[in-house]
Write a protein that binds this ligand. Structure first.
Ligand code: HEC
Length: 452
């Protein structure tokens, strides 16, 4: 949150914004700007707007007074590309689900509206605006409070996790139990959603849902694709909390998760697998402002690639996935030119993408470890791979499934290998990490090294 405040202050400190005498034909809020806001912004910027992976848009852009007040920051957010939030380069238009690109003409119009004095116009003539909201289907949160609709299963901590004042960066692994009897048979997940308890939740890792981070919506698998949720009494999630360690900053986190399952008789052809593809073998020198690291990964069988999720920390600058086909031809799968740690998207293909056996994934990450990176925690330090937000990471998560169809009929047969893999994945997660009991108030670990 410091970041937002800092940005706000630095902008507020600019010379007083000139709402000068407006030209006669300057665009107005009701006639010109509002429809553009509605198309591109109000999915999040509305009164009591939705949680976007734990963070909330700070104002409604359906409201003239608010829009006017925020006008200088709106201009800035548009010019820098910070809003609407989306990381994939324009060249990927049409490729990924939930993409957010604003057309140049619309962007220019909003900027002209700000520059013209953020005029109000005539609200009576704004009638067509409502139609526009209605047409942006799927952007209002369903009654259930979950983007996935009515969940089949909701899981929560037994008690909210207490994150004390002293915590700046903390990654406990916590169990989320199901209600008794709620989950006795393995189930095939068709949709999953993580609802972070608040902006202090930095990211959440669960083997069933992948990574939940600010800015991340629910996971929806294509029909016939799924992940098995074994019949354990709980799932294990690795939480990552990050906040200012100041007096009064303590919070109770009640992050929850929800699932929708396939129904009996549905057929699962593709069992979704994930790979974090971490690359650890590098040191970013102090002060380097464009440090590149590279890694490759061989694709051994024909797969469908579902999605890609780049992950770095505060020094992350840009990221690219390239595919080298067996015949040597190269293609850029994903180019994120301005990586933003606070908005970590998973780029999900509209259509799963076939990758032939014998291809090679080439992954590149760029880092700015200099003082020109305002979010750099320490430009004087060499940085290596590590879990704390002050360390760095170079991950290139992928979700995929083998092309070979399994034909598993839900409720009828469950291949032993699938069940065992699902159990083993969860078991590995449990063993790798120490569990905390959120009901205990023993915070002696705060004086230990891992608490930073
Ligand atoms: C996916 C949801 C979403 C969409 C779409 C979206 N915003 Fe935002 N916006 C947010 C959230 C969440 C924040 C708070 C972000 C933060 O804390 O930095 C925000 C913050 C802002 C801010 C404050 C930025 C700052 O400097 O503090 C402005 C201005 C803004 N949005 C304008 C817009 C405009 C204009 C559009 C449409 C062109 C838009 N947003 C589209 C979610 C969204």
């Amino acid at each position: 949150m410091t970041r937002r405040i800092a940005r706000y202050l630095s902008l507020a400190a600019l010379p007083a914004f000139a709402f000068g005498a407006a030209a006669q034909d300057a665009p107005t809020f009701y006639q010109d700007a509002l429809p553009v806001f509605q198309k591109n912004c109000v999915a999040c910027h509305q009164p009591d707007g939705p949680s976007v992976g734990g963070i909330y848009a700070p104002m409604s852009l359906m409201d003239y007074e608010a829009a006017k007040l925020w006008a200088p920051l709106i201009r800035n957010a548009l010019e820098t590309g910070y809003m609407p939030p989306w990381g994939a380069h324009e060249r990927h238009r049409g490729e990924f689900k939930g993409e957010r690109y604003i057309d140049k003409a619309e962007k220019d119009l909003l900027i002209a509206w700000v520059d013209g004095g953020a005029l109000e116009g005539d609200s009576a003539k704004a009638a067509n605006a409502e139609g526009l909201v209605a047409s942006s289907v799927g952007t209002t949160l369903p009654e259930s409070g979950w983007w996935i609709g009515d969940p089949d299963l909701v899981v929560a901590f037994d008690e909210p996790v207490y994150v004390p004042d002293e915590v700046e960066d903390w990654q406990p692994t916590v169990q989320m139990h199901y209600e008794e009897g709620a989950h006795q048979e393995p189930q095939w997940i068709s949709m999953a959603e993580l609802r972070p308890g608040g902006p202090w939740v930095h990211h959440i890792v669960s083997s069933h849902m992948g990574v939940g981070v600010p800015g991340r919506g629910p996971f929806t698998y294509p029909e016939g694709w799924g992940v098995l949720l074994a019949e354990d009494p709980f799932i294990t999630v690795n939480m990552h909390y990050h906040k200012d360690p100041v007096a009064g900053s303590a919070v109770y986190d009640d992050t929850q998760a929800a699932f929708k399952f396939y129904e009996e008789g549905d057929v699962i052809d593709h069992v979704v697998e994930t790979n974090l593809l971490p690359h650890r073998n590098w040191t970013i020198p102090a002060g380097a402002d464009n440090y590149e690291v590279n890694n490759t990964f061989e694709i051994e069988e024909d797969i469908y690639l579902l999605s890609m999720g780049p992950h770095m920390h505060y020094r992350g600058k840009a990221m690219r996935y390239e595919l080298e086909y067996p015949d040597g031809e190269m293609e850029t799968l994903l180019w994120v030119p301005n990586y933003d740690f606070n908005w970590q998207f998973l780029y999900e293909y509209e259509e799963p993408r076939l990758i032939p056996a014998g291809s090679t994934l080439h992954m590149s990450w760029w880092f700015n470890n200099s003082e020109t990176n305002r979010y750099n925690p320490d430009p004087t330090a060499d940085v290596v791979y590590g879990p704390a937000t002050t360390d760095e990471m170079a991950n290139a998560r992928i979700y995929y499934a083998p092309v070979k169809q399994r034909g598993i009929v839900v409720g009828r047969d469950l291949p032993q290998d699938v069940l065992e893999t699902a159990r083993a994945t969860e078991q590995r997660r449990r063993e790798q990490t120490e569990l905390i009991d959120p009901s205990s108030d023993d915070f002696s670990w705060l004086t230990e090294d891992e608490a930073r």
